[in-house]
Design a protein around this ligand. Structure first.
Ligand SMILES: Cc1cc2nc3c(=O)[nH]c(=O)nc-3n(C[C@H](O)[C@H](O)[C@H](O)COP(=O)(O)O)c2cc1C
Length: 192
């Protein structure tokens, strides 16, 4: 089992972990029940205090755990995890109680937080739900206050992603549909 490579990210810079629009994994836990699902509809919402949004359909078990616990984590997965990501997005723990084992999803915890995190991801954001019952019910939209964030320094350092010269396995995934993803592409700079 590999050790996680993770360094803290300053919360005012946490939005950058999502700014490039990656597919994410959403994890949550209530008592002994833990789940993880894939999500394409995750977004930064505010710089300081750092906030994010995530769409969690009512059919998902992960949403139930988020509602019960009031916390979730977002992680940015990479190409090395593509099959796990797709499986986590096509199997519900409501249907398969062994979902995490069957998807080979390894969980770990950071000291001081009860929120499950997925091993070997590129970045992790632990979020506390800001309760907005109307938009949760009407639009399936959850707002989270980011209370801690980390990233793998091989790909995120000094407050920026550095995907240019990393191996394919460490590139972030961007979902299209039907099991098709794009990998993060070339870095280009505006000249003015
Ligand atoms: C790549 C991908 C992205 C997805 N994005 C979302 C999303 O943004 N919101 C959502 O509610 N479901 C999304 N889904 C579907 C959930 O991941 C799926 O319903 C999952 O099986 C729920 O698992 P659970 O019931 O164990 O929580 C996505 C699925 C895939 C494959």
């Amino acid at each position: 089992m590999s050790e996680n490579k993770m360094l803290p990210v300053d919360l005012p810079k946490a939005y950058r972990l999502l700014n490039h629009g990656p597919t994410v994994l959403v994890s949550a836990q209530h008592e002994q029940d833990t789940d993880v699902m894939a999500a394409a509809w995750a977004c930064a919402l505010e710089l300081t205090p750092a906030k994010v949004t995530i769409v969690l359909d009512k059919s998902t078990k992960t949403r139930q755990l988020v509602e019960q616990s009031g916390y979730f984590a977002l992680q940015v997965p990479c190409y090395a995890q593509i099959d796990m990501v797709h499986q986590l997005g096509t199997i519900s723990k409501f249907d398969n109680p062994n979902k995490l084992e069957d998807c080979h999803t390894q969980i770990f915890y950071q000291a001081g937080f009860d929120v499950p995190l997925v091993k070997d991801s590129l970045a992790w954001l632990i979020c506390k739900v800001i309760p907005e019952p109307y938009i949760q019910q009407t639009h399936d939209l959850f707002i989270g206050s980011v209370i801690a964030a980390w990233a793998d320094p091989r790909v995120f350092k000094d407050g920026h992603w550095h995907f240019q010269n990393v191996e394919k396995e460490l590139k972030s995934l961007h979902y299209i549909a039907g099991g098709t993803f794009y990998l993060i592409g070339d870095e280009v700079k505006a000249s003015i």
